[in-house]
Design a binder for this molecule. Structure first.
Ligand code: IOT
Ligand code: MG
Ligand code: MG
Length: 507
């Protein structure tokens, strides 16, 4: 279990200077929290950083060594393992990263299973590191004598004087923001501030091999890995809340969280006036005896959250935005004290659940494709929930769970006419049978988001054939206004955006 109820920091903006360069403007994060401004002078670099954090104490979000500074947003899950190789006890995850960097250099990040973005200034270099899945997005901009890095693109959107627009060692460019790059998932971007060079080192790649295992061995391995991943995401001082659809993914997480804590867990389901999965979620809540809540959001109100979803996710993929919109809306409705939220998000990617594909070659092709293309979508971003003050975490994208699920041969994923068979079999003894065999329903389907968004653009006059393009154009326009242009999401006139897009699509 995690010692602290929440990570010490949810996000940061850091600037390392060797000489010139201006201080970055005071950032405005979508992440909700307190802001703290700190600085540190190293031998060859001076660093200023802003932390956005949930509590009073920021000391766990950074650590300094002889000539090294680590700034960390997020948390580590394999703490006990890491602590066995460090010379001195670490009081925080930032200290763990510092200890690992002192011992292994930039290879430190190959050892971490976590949900984090890190900034390390050391000697004459800066290291920018993402976790294996890039779940905490990390952006960078370089000007003469200065490296800027932040967990939200919008904080680096303002044009910076002397921006060199350096290609950053294979890092992805960001739409309409020249000079800004996103650090790839599972990478350390190593920037030599003396020579001005940048190089990307991969610390994790999605496995492309597959393993043949007996049913029993595969089921046991999945159950064991998931139990561990769920347990590592709980904190004694923060009773877990599981966002529950009643599908196998979130129900599995809820059952394992329930088994790992003493009292009842909390579960929460959302639906709209168009559609919900309330009865299916209720079956699981009753079975576990959880403190369960249902929130119904009118479709018009749900769609009105599109600007907030863009503000938080900074994603340009319209399909992903459809998955994230109901979750963003749900988190925004979750008042009260900050919660540690566990989701079933991401299970469908290594298991091919989205594809409703029963032919094994095609199923594995889909899995390989999805594992190759998730980077940059920001679908796992904690900002979706931290924008409402809550920390979220996804056990299926724990590094060990994800590796295991990915490598299982396709016949264990699709078996006896069922999708995600191995997961269903692994949960058979802790969930009602009807939950175990329930066919997959996507959050965008179960909440009616896809049909609601379609109706929104259709009513503006977009022909059926233009719906997908119009949705993409709406998402791009919102990105341009909110992430690039700095417009407040609440001030965006969504009907006007849809109108503009519809006009363009109609020609
Ligand atoms: P889905 O798997 O239905 O939902 C993802 C998670 O959101 C669930 O496990 C659950 O924790 C939460 N959730 C879903 N519906 C509700 C609800 N009504 N109330 C409360 N919580 C809910 C899309 C999808 O099918 O969502 N996500 C895919 C992956 C997307 C594809 N990405 C990619 N190819 N890169 C997934 O694997 O989660
Ligand atoms: Mg799912
Ligand atoms: Mg679902």
């Amino acid at each position: 279990m995690s010692e602290q109820p929440f990570p010490a920091a949810y996000g940061f903006l850091a600037s390392a200077r060797t000489g010139g360069g201006q201080d970055p403007e005071a950032p405005r994060f979508a992440t909700r929290g307190r802001y703290s401004e700190l600085s540190e002078r190293l031998r060859a670099q001076s660093v200023r950083f802003t932390l956005v954090h949930p509590g009073d104490d920021t000391s766990g979000a950074y650590a300094t060594g002889a000539d090294t500074l680590v700034v960390l947003a997020g948390e580590i899950y394999n703490r006990a393992e890491i602590d066995t190789v460090l010379d001195r006890a670490a009081a925080s995850d930032a200290e763990r990263v510092l200890g690992l960097v002192e011992r292994y250099g930039l290879h430190a990040f190959r050892l971490v299973n976590g949900r984090f973005a890190a900034f390390v200034a050391e000697g004459e270099r800066v290291l920018l590191a993402t976790d294996h899945s890039g779940s905490v997005p990390l952006y960078t901009r370089r000007t003469a004598g200065q490296v800027l890095a932040a967990t939200e693109a919008k904080t680096l959107a303002a044009p910076h004087q002397g921006d060199l627009g350096f290609p950053a060692g294979g890092a992805r460019r960001v739409r309409r923001l020249p000079g800004l790059h996103q650090v790839p998932a599972g990478s350390v971007l190593e920037i030599d501030t003396g020579r001005g060079t940048a190089e990307t080192h991969r610390t994790w790649v999605p496995p492309v091999s597959r393993r043949i295992m007996s049913e029993e061995a595969a089921v046991d391995a999945v159950r064991h890995a998931l139990e561990k991943a769920v347990a590592r995401r709980l904190a004694p001082a923060a009773p877990p809340l599981v966002v529950l659809s009643g599908g196998i993914d979130s129900s599995g997480v809820a059952a394992l969280a329930d088994a790992a804590v003493l009292g009842p867990i909390d579960t929460l389901s959302m639906g709209t006036d168009r559609s919900d999965e309330f009865p299916q979620a209720r079956v699981v809540a009753d079975h576990l005896g959880s403190r369960h809540r249902e929130i119904t959001i009118p479709t018009s109100e749900l769609l009105a959250q599109l600007p907030h979803t863009l503000h938080a996710a900074e994603s340009l993929d319209a399909e992903v935005i459809e998955y994230l919109l109901p979750l963003t809306a749900l988190y925004r409705r979750l008042e009260g004290p900050a919660r540690r939220v566990l989701t079933g998000y991401g299970a469908d990617i290594p298991l091919g659940g989205m594809h409703r594909e029963d032919r094994l070659p095609q199923l594995d092709t889909a899995v390989a494709f999805d594992m190759d293309t998730f980077d940059g979508l920001n679908e796992m971003s904690p900002v979706l929930s931290t924008a409402s003050g809550h920390w979220s975490t996804h056990p299926y994208w724990d590094r060990e769970v994800l590796e295991l699920l990915t490598v299982l041969e396709a016949g264990l994923k699709r078996r006896y006419g069922r999708d995600k068979w191995v997961l269903r079999a692994a949960m058979g003894d802790v969930l009602p049978q009807e939950t175990v065999v329930r066919p997959k329903l996507g959050v965008h389907e179960g909440s009616g988001t896809t049909s609601g968004f379609t109706l929104l653009v259709r009513e503006a006059g977009v022909p059926e054939a233009g719906v997908a393009a119009a949705k993409t154009a709406v998402v791009e326009e919102l990105f341009d206004r909110i992430v690039v242009g700095g417009e407040e999401p609440d001030r965006v006139d969504l009907p006007e955006v849809v109108e503009k897009v519809a006009k363009a699509v109609k020609g």
